[in-house]
Design a protein around this ligand. Structure first.
Ligand code: GTP
Ligand code: MG
Length: 204
């Protein structure tokens, strides 16, 4: 199973705009600067797809990428078409006040109500598996009824022993039907595991 095409499709603050297309959606959410855009690019094999920045809070809208994937089953090629959805980061100070209210209302509306949303990938910095803000986000996502896959980002910054330990912490802090994946967008580690889970969703 692999993604052979991913192109930017559009941005919105209203999920209804692109839900009309009737495509399955897989969303990426997490703290500002956690590595959502980098992960999007890594999964799609395209370094220039989503905007990566050192400066937190760059992504301000719901961003849709039109993804084409394929796999071969018993010699027959199957293709899938779905949306990868990059959401704004939470917990960034500059979006406090009026802007913070706008943020939470349109994202909340999307997470709770989009009929096409099939999987939420919650990105958590693998070096910090027990931040309050991530635990709050996890609890809030749980009320949507959409399955959550926890991805520990920036795995290349951990030693091998820490990787095991922090993966266990992620598994106990954020229980899910899917085991947490430690990912490195820099090295591509964890990509196979994430694609395998995505395959099980977009191919069902
Ligand atoms: P916002 O859109 O601002 O919320 O940020 P984001 O979550 O999309 O993060 P982004 O992908 O822009 O990455 C933020 C910073 O982390 C950048 O400087 C990236 O180069 C760095 N980064 C992302 N993923 C990795 C990774 O796997 N390893 C390392 N070492 N750095 C990473
Ligand atoms: Mg981003």
């Amino acid at each position: 199973f692999h993604i052979f095409s991913a192109v930017y499709y559009g941005s919105s603050v209203n999920w209804k705009q692109f839900a009309q297309e009737g495509k399955m959606e897989i969303a990426f959410i997490g703290r500002s600067n956690v590595g959502k855009s980098s992960l999007t690019n890594s999964l799609c094999g395209n370094r220039k797809l989503a905007h990566v920045s050192r400066e937190p809070g760059k992504t301000r809208t719901i961003n849709y990428y039109d993804v084409q994937s394929r796999r071969t089953v018993d010699g027959t090629e199957e293709r899938q078409s779905w949306f990868l959805v990059d959401l704004p980061g939470y917990g960034f100070a500059k979006t406090s006040g009026k802007n913070a209210e706008d943020w939470s209302s349109f994202i909340d509306d999307y997470i709770m109500n989009s009929p096409e949303l099939a999987l939420i990938c919650l990105l958590i910095d693998s070096r910090h598996p027990d931040l309050d803000i991530d635990e709050k986000a996890y609890a809030w996502l749980g009320t949507s009824g959409v399955p959550v896959l926890v991805i520990g980002t920036k795995g290349d910054k951990l030693k091998a022993s820490e990787k095991q330990q922090n993966r266990r912490k992620l598994a106990s802090n954020y229980p899910s039907v899917y085991p947490p994946v430690i990912y490195s967008s820099l090295k591509g580690t964890g990509k196979g595991e994430v694609l395998h889970i995505i395959e099980s969703i977009v191919c069902r």
